[in-house]
Design a protein around this ligand. Structure first.
Ligand code: BGC
Length: 727
């Protein structure tokens, strides 16, 4: 099954060298501080040291790349080396000095841009734009390769329905179809048409599987769900990425129904390789193999290494379980030896596919400095940010701001460049970012600004001074970037009391308030929804955040993005998502229906919601079956006075089925440019197969019968018509 080169290498390599190919190390830090790196990170996150102090400690320490072990052929890959000079230097050691001259593979988390940081994936998903998703991945790949990287640990396609989970920020939201399309577009963008090029990266789709469904929204927590639900709602995005050609996949930290993904042959062999035909490499999540001991399915590291290898885990990211234990096991156990050959062979095959044997130093001709943050890349980051901004509320058309309006900006998040990168941008730098204040100052150098919204350092007098004689106050509210992302689950997703207090204070001064919300997850913001004049959802938009926001606020860009995740009215509603099944007692006015006593049934902002500076009217929805397809068409008229782009959404409900079905499920969508005053007819062809589901025995079935087809501007704002599907 492997090429001659790979087979020949395997026949010459020792067990230790084969295990080396499965060993992925992170640079370890040595030097000025004595605490381990993980502890140092913890100290920064829990506030014992500041971010600046952390940076200083990092800068005064040096990185240890275990060069002797590279020379001995005992390391196959690295995670986290993000610069060309170091990567090429280490590569030279491997290629010129290790016994079999096997090149190293460099992996890195390039989640939403490398140096040119683009919007967090949750934000960018709101563009509903596959071509954009692909282009930003393509740019990230080129930047990453220029820094000597070969493999990115992305895309993350974990369907996420619980806003408490901090990692909702890293994927495309709650919908299975959107996650699948977003993930596949990213894979195409990263990998291009060949990996053997100086501007593409291999994609490692993650976290397989259902990492986005931890109990209570708590990161790393158990996942317990029916196989039907797993197959229908959670697995398709991973499969779509494999179909798009992803060459690597990362098993998730979590267990599913009692079996940790890292030791599940059912997932990693039967499903992934046998059913889906995946031939690439599996890469464990960081330290996950050793964590099988914590899960309680392995007594020690040796048992963990054995379990993971037999399950089908190829690369051990940083746990050193394989390095410490596998040689001993392989010597005495022929099965382990055979599995080791298979796993090492797959890693070598990936290196071959990346062209590393022929040219281990392949990087773009231009220098890193010419590629990273080029004007062209910045322009794309700005476009992506513009297309990710969701206008949640806009009373009386207060936005775009009138020409000559006297405006003040309040709030640290409006000025803090470092906060614009979002939680997963390790190649990014705060200094590269344009804040909203920067962008506003470019237009009006004397624009008024005041902090004191996130922290109680400013007295109210400074706020009074900043807002006096202004017509509109732009209030930057939300979450700091480290409040979302990994290990950042929250049990309360409302805004802190001080932010609400400040908001109410400014409102009480009789000002119009436009809230610009920075956050990595949906927030429960009923106060703002009720009282703000406008709410602009800015997420974490990357290096061009400020420019893109100013473009929208001042009307140079007409916002078109729509939510890919439901905004709850309160934390207690979590998990809340649109594609739920109906209960026997759907929520209603009667007491004995499915609802809460103390919080509304409805979300604050529904899936698919997003306003524009123009308005659209939907009419004439028609649906008919043609062969195995359902043809849907609808008229959309731009009834306002601005050109705009509308994201037209089609949902389906099977009215009666053998199992309960979602009350609505996204079947298709398109983004349509419609000039002011113009009407367009929009046509969709939906294969009947998209309406199927998994029955009791886990067979995929498409049933004849009545279906309701919806088309509209959000999941709640739709037209509907019924069809009778014949099979
Ligand atoms: C995360 C992964 C990431 C890995 C390597 C882990 O903690 O779960 O998403 O790819 O670290 O940095």
């Amino acid at each position: 099954m492997f090429s001659e080169r790979v087979q020949s290498l395997l026949s010459q390599m020792s067990f230790a060298e084969k295990v080396g190919q499965l060993r992925q190390c992170g640079p370890s830090l040595v030097g000025a501080f004595e605490v381990p790196f993980g502890e140092l990170l913890d100290m920064m996150f829990d506030g014992r040291i500041s971010e600046a102090e952390f940076g200083r400690l990092m800068a005064t320490s040096s990185q240890d790349y275990r060069e002797d072990e590279i020379r001995a052929g005992l390391i196959g890959s690295f995670n986290g080396v993000g610069n060309r000079e170091t990567a090429l230097r280490l590569q030279k050691l491997a290629v010129e000095e290790s016994p079999h001259r096997i090149p190293l593979l460099f992996g890195y988390d390039i989640i939403h841009g490398f140096r040119t940081v683009t919007p967090i994936p949750l934000a960018e998903s709101c563009a509903w734009d596959q071509e954009l998703w692909q282009r930003t991945a393509c740019m990230a790949a080129c930047e990453g390769r220029s820094a000597g990287i070969h493999l990115t640990f992305a895309p993350m396609v974990d369907v996420a329905k619980d806003a408490r989970w901090g990692r909702v920020s890293e994927g495309a939201g709650e919908d299975t179809l959107l996650q699948a399309l977003h993930g596949a577009a990213k894979v195409r963008g990263f990998q291009g048409d060949s990996l053997n090029r100086p501007d593409t990266l291999a994609a490692c789709v993650k976290h397989f599987a259902a990492y986005g469904a931890p109990e209570a929204g708590k990161d790393y927590n158990r996942v317990d769900m029916s196989p039907q639900r797993l197959y229908e709602e959670y697995l398709p995005p991973y499969e779509a990425c494999i179909e798009a050609g992803a060459r690597a996949i990362m098993p998730a930290f979590n267990e599913i129904n009692g079996v940790p993904c890292s030791s599940s042959p059912r997932l990693l062999r039967s499903l992934l390789r046998e059913e889906w035909g995946f031939t690439g490499v599996t890469v464990s999540d960081a330290n996950a193999i050793a964590e099988l001991v914590n899960h309680g399915v392995a007594a020690d590291k040796a048992a963990a290494a054995y379990l993971a290898l037999q399950a089908g885990m190829d690369i051990d990211m940083t746990s050193e379980s394989y390095h410490e234990e596998l040689v001993g096991l392989a010597v005495t156990d022929p099965v382990t030896a055979r599995l080791l050959d298979e796993a090492a062979g797959r890693v070598l095959a990936l290196k071959e596919e990346l062209g590393l044997f022929a040219n281990p130093y392949l990087v773009p001709e231009q220098s890193e400095a010419d590629i990273l943050l080029s004007a062209e890349n910045r322009a794309l980051a700005r476009e992506a940010a513009q297309k990710s901004i969701v206008l949640l509320k806009n009373d009386d058309g207060i936005l775009p701001l009138a020409k000559g309006a006297r405006v003040a900006l309040l709030g640290e998040l409006g000025a803090d460049r470092g906060e614009m990168t979002g939680a997963w941008a390790i190649g990014g730098r705060g200094d590269d970012c344009v804040s909203l204040l920067d962008a506003m100052q470019e237009e009006e150098p004397d624009v008024r600004y005041c902090s004191g919204i996130m922290e109680e350092v400013q007295d109210l007098a400074s706020i009074d001074e900043a807002i006096q004689e202004t017509d509109v106050v732009i209030l930057a509210l939300g979450e700091m970037k480290n409040q979302s992302g990994e290990a950042a689950s929250r049990a309360d997703i409302t805004l802190p009391a001080l932010q609400i207090e400040r908001f109410r204070y400014v409102k009480a001064q009789g000002k119009k308030v436009v809230v610009v919300l920075f956050n990595g997850r949906p927030l429960a913001i009923p106060e703002l929804a009720a009282e703000a004049d406008a709410i602009v959802e800015a997420w974490h938009l990357g290096v061009e955040a400020g420019h893109a926001l100013a473009d929208v606020l001042f009307g140079r860009v007409n916002p078109s993005a729509k939510l890919t995740t439901t905004f709850p009215s309160s934390t207690g509603q979590c998990p809340i998502y649109y594609a739920h099944t109906s209960t026997g007692r759907p929520g209603g006015r009667s007491k004995f229906t499915s609802k809460y006593l103390d919080t509304p049934l409805e979300p604050l902002y529904c899936f698919g919601h997003g306003l524009s500076y123009t308005t659209y009217r939907y009419a004439n929805l028609q649906a008919a079956q043609q062969g195995n397809d359902i043809l849907v068409s609808v008229d959309i008229e731009n009834t306002g006075d601005r050109d705009g782009e509308e994201i037209v959404q089609v949902y389906v409900r099977q009215l009666t089925a053998a199992r309960t079905r979602p009350v609505k499920k996204l079947a298709d969508f398109t983004k349509l440019f419609i000039a002011a005053g113009v009407q367009k007819r929009c046509n969709f062809v939906i294969p009947a197969e998209k309406l199927g589901y998994y029955d009791e025995e886990l067979n995929f079935v498409v049933e004849a019968g009545e279906y309701r087809i919806f088309a509209g501007t959000s999941v709640e704002n739709v037209l509907a018509t019924d069809i009778e599907l014949q099979i």
